[in-house]
Design a protein around this ligand. Structure first.
Ligand SMILES: *[C@@H]1O[C@H](CO)[C@@H](O)[C@H](O)[C@H]1NC(C)=O
Ligand SMILES: *[C@@H]1O[C@H](CO)[C@@H](O)[C@H](O)[C@H]1NC(C)=O
Ligand SMILES: *[C@@H]1O[C@H](CO)[C@@H](O)[C@H](O)[C@H]1NC(C)=O
Length: 463
């Protein structure tokens, strides 16, 4: 007994004297292959190593897609066993960030020194749901406030001791499998919490949702990369059907459609007052594979006489988006490359057999180059007209060897479905669903002003 205590005391003494070095910190940037995202991830890495110049030692910085290629790399869990093997002997903290996260290394170092990496702890900007939400499969519906999960863009830190525990659990044969991957922070928190026998997230105030003097890390709001993409270059395709011509289509027309130069409504019923295009595909209650592929083929034909179309945005009749925001966002992407952009969801992505897709409700954006690939004869044939279009397109895009690009600015659900701090960067491009909300006031609050300004800017430049 005495011996054991002595060892513990010596170890504690050693830990105190040694202190936490910045070289004991491993930063994992959840990076993406797309050129724009790769640039910002590399800039973040460069910035971190430059900041380390004045400190003793440097942190290890990984770009996830390069160092740990895995279809589910963005869900964090598949990286854990590899990170453990690589760093078990020499690291105290593992910090996961997004490419848009900004880090102040000295402050981060100070923050981590407050905690003991030999205890299983994890730190983050704690979010909780206020209402049960579809994006978390209505988890904790009796009291959604009680479950804390990290805002990943604020940075989330896992101690060496917790890393070991998580790696061991993930290596067990009966490690839980996931079906849908939606919100990596929430899903990671569920795994760590382990139905109550695991660890609860510690809320660390220096991991912020917006820039403040005291912050060690925070997400930077989106910055456009150049002039907004011209409105004529974007073709908006709205999927609707007869039963929504009166309920949803007028909302789209009164809000964002007014700012879209090229927009067409695709339906199963011809209606000259909208007007709609009927592609001859019967409406299906769920899944619109037939309709969506017919739309893509229809637009592909248009490219012959309208070669200035560079981008296609496929939206639902209850998607609420900002046209000007889309134009600015697309300034960061290259339409001559194969780009599929939107909010990424994953299917079974903790295993290598899974795949990612762009969830349709938030809007799916395809570059002209990718549109041509998707509409090649014999490619992307729907298994049935009612197959889920977004999931099918995900599979098909993967089969072309193209990786979809995630932008956290697209949203598959309504603003009320996300904690306000999650939306704090205020740079959303889209939301989805009219259910139990006033879609026009969502549009007014988030997008109307910029859309109106964009039209004025154009008018002025014409004078
Ligand atoms: C830890 O060791 C691994 C493998 O030797 C090395 O790649 C990594 O850079 C080291 N990390 C730190 C924090 O020293
Ligand atoms: C689209 O841009 C043109 C100028 O390029 C401008 O005249 C027009 O007003 C814009 N349309 C909308 C709907 O903003
Ligand atoms: C867009 O991609 C093409 C093909 O990869 C490349 O030749 C071109 O320089 C890129 N344009 C920009 C603006 O980066």
């Amino acid at each position: 007994m005495v011996k054991m205590e002595t060892i513990v005391i010596i170890l504690l003494f050693f830990a105190t004297v040694r202190g936490l070095g910045i070289k004991d910190v491993v930063v994992v940037v959840l990076s993406q292959q797309n050129g724009h995202h790769l640039r910002i991830a590399e800039n973040l890495k460069k910035d971190l190593l430059e900041q380390a110049d004045g400190l003793q030692g440097k942190p290890v910085v990984h770009l996830s897609h390069r160092d740990f290629p895995h279809v589910g790399d963005w869900t964090i869990l598949p990286l854990i066993p590899q990170l453990y093997d690589l760093h078990k002997d020499n690291s105290s903290w593992l910090v996961f960030v997004e490419d848009r996260t900004r880090i102040r290394l000295k402050k981060l170092h100070k923050v981590l020194q407050k905690y003991d990496p030999n205890k299983p702890v994890w730190l983050g900007h704690a979010l909780h749901d206020t209402e049960p939400t579809i994006i978390h499969h209505y988890a904790f519906y009796d009291d959604p406030k009680k479950f804390k999960y990290p805002n990943v863009a604020s940075g989330t830190a896992i101690s060496g001791a917790l890393l070991q525990r998580l790696a061991a659990r993930l290596r067990q044969r009966d490690a839980p499998r996931s079906d849908f991957g939606i919100d990596n922070g929430h899903e990671l928190a569920l795994f760590v919490w382990d139905k109550g026998v695991g660890e609860v997230l510690t809320d660390e105030p220096a991991l912020c949702v917006q820039e403040e003097d005291f912050c060690a890390a925070f997400p930077a709001p989106f910055r456009q990369c150049g002039e907004p993409v011209e409105n004529e270059s974007i073709f908006f395709a709205v999927k609707t059907c007869g039963k929504y011509h009166e309920e949803r289509v007028p909302v789209v027309k009164r809000t964002w459609a007014r700012h879209a130069t090229r927009i067409q409504f695709f339906s199963d019923v011809e209606d000259g007052t909208i007007p709609t295009v009927d592609l001859g595909v019967p409406n299906t209650e769920r899944g619109h594979c037939g309709k969506t592929m017919a739309i893509l083929h229809h637009i592909k034909k248009k490219l012959k006489d309208q070669p200035d179309i560079k981008w296609v945005v496929v939206a639902d009749d209850d998607t609420i988006l900002g046209v000007s925001r889309v134009q600015k966002l697309l300034s960061c992407y290259n339409s001559t490359e194969s780009v599929a952009l939107g909010e990424r969801y994953g299917y079974n992505v903790r295993s290598p057999e899974g795949y990612n897709y762009i969830t349709g409700g938030g809007g799916m954006v395809f570059s002209g180059a990718l549109l041509k690939q998707l509409t090649r004869p014999g490619v992307c044939k729907c298994p049935s007209i009612s197959a889920p279009d977004d999931m099918f397109l995900g599979l098909c895009i993967a089969s072309l060897g193209v990786t979809i690009t995630h932008s956290p600015l697209f949203h598959q659900a309504r603003p009320v479905d996300y904690p306000p701090q999650y939306l704090q960067t205020k740079d959303a491009v889209s939301f989805h669903k009219h259910w139990m909300i006033d879609p026009e006031s969502v549009y007014d609050q988030w997008f109307a002003q910029e859309d109106a300004q964009q039209s004025t800017i154009y008018t002025h430049s014409e004078l």
